[in-house]
Ligand binder design. Sequence first.
Ligand code: ATP
Ligand code: MG
Length: 579
Amino acid sequence: MTDSAADALLPVNFIRARIDEDCAAHTYGQKVATRFPPEPNGFLHFGHAKSIFLNFGIAADYRAACPESYCNLRLDDTNPTKEETEFVDAIRADVAWLGFDTAGREFYASDYFERLYHCAERLIEAGFAYVDSQDADALRATRGTLTEPGTDSPFRSRSVAENLDLFRRMRAGEFPDGAHILRAKIDMSAGNINLRDPAIYRIRHAHHHRTGDAWCLYPMYDYAHCVSDALEGISHSLCTLEFADHRPLYDWFLDRLADLGEFTRPLPQQIEFSRLNLTYVVLSKRKLIQLVSEGYVDGWDDPRLPTLQGARRRGYTPAGFKLFTDRIGISKSDSLIDFSVLEDCMREVLNETAERRVAVLDPIKLVLTNFPADQREPCFAPNHPHHSELGKREIALTRELWIERDDFMAEPVKGFFRLTPGKEVRLRYGFIIQCTGFTADANGRVIEVQATYDPDTKSGTPGSESRKVKGNIHWLSVADAVPAEIRLYDRLFAVPAPGARREGDAPERDRDFLADINPESRHIQTGMVEPALAQCAPETRCQFERLGYFVADARDHQTGKPVFNRTVSLRDSWQKTGG
Ligand code: ATP
Ligand code: MG
């Protein structure tokens, strides 16, 4: 492929258009530098996958034109109380799982505390920041509203010397939480509320997961983020749309600090894109934490959760997420993506990559009355219908088989072409059989089906296809099949917008999103699987023929004691029923 042909395949969007210009003009020299900056206060979710593919993807793609390009994983750990090391490890693992190596490119905002503090002193010295000693109520009251300007703090005109002295004593731990804050001196009547002398530092006597008790003073997000970007030489700082109103502040801090000689131009530029919103899930760490801590799901990697850990355990693939992010694209306006778009991407990838296996999820016994009891007839099933190079495997046909309960109907409804008394079907990779009868228990529940097989119709033998039958069902030999725990997962929420108000609800507030949980989101049953599935490694993905895509559970699947999770059905059943 030529370079220009390869370029043509890259997803085009307004962010790449902007970077193309900077790259061509070598605005930032030989690099395009991005970062993915999660706060380590929870596990990554599907929304983060969009940001990861965007940021790491851009750095990888621009390396051809700007060879020094990179993407940093920045743990944005400026908030001491909510962060934990456990989350840091999980974030790193999730980014790696999506295919990006962060070795040598992993940074912590907390490593910049000394530089951030230094820059704050520079701002004070230059008259761009002051210590305010109003209490929280006064700060709120003087901030103004969207329609009214704020009012200047009585401490706004403190001298540089007094500000510096107070700020140093704040650092030294002389004051309790809330006694003072450091504020940027911008404009209390600015139309953009973010510019009304925003806080830069607050006092917080709290233990930090990396810096311990070294600090009792912590920087605010808007200040820490842009300075961290500049320190890491980031060129394009991509963030979600709600930060658009913060961009003037981002530029204000960096411009002042560049003027003071702390940074050299060109400075990083913030570019906003729309966040991922998906139907039938919640993508907010706060809500995900609630689902886990209140026991609605079994931990952070519950296959029903839209966390990347959950996705992995569900059997979703990194390639599926990549396809999904490419397909939904990058835009400047918020939109709600239907969950089925994500599921379709997973299906597309798994259809190509997952080997086929046979499982019977709701088994009922089929007896071939004319088949000798001691005979084993080898049948050959292809491992993948489009990839003959993946070969075939042998499955033995015997007198007693398991078939799916719903592949038999004693009294068939119109249009039912599978097994029913007097009718013929093909046993996939085997013979044509004719149903001769069935046995029911005292309650009328069918417990066994009887049929005869036609020895001249074996799949793959000459003339076997000459007789046409409409039904084609899968089966397992009772002698060989292994019982397996099958976990059928469905959507965690029963409605497209969990927590959104519905007709008849009180107008003043949203519904409780927990009230929208789908009570049928998990169904556990015992099925039968072919012997190979009892031997496979955890996290092996496959298609159970005619049933869907499944994965051997990462935690509970063991050799000889198989446990499978349904990743996604073969077709979308939600669209037909409307959920
Ligand atoms: P949450 O609202 O769930 O707490 P967050 O934005 O606070 O998410 P961070 O850990 O701060 O989570 O986010 C890290 C990065 O991931 C940010 O750059 C953020 O813009 C991006 N991100 C978070 N959620 C989404 C989303 N739904 N779609 C796209 N990007 C997202
Ligand atoms: Mg955040």
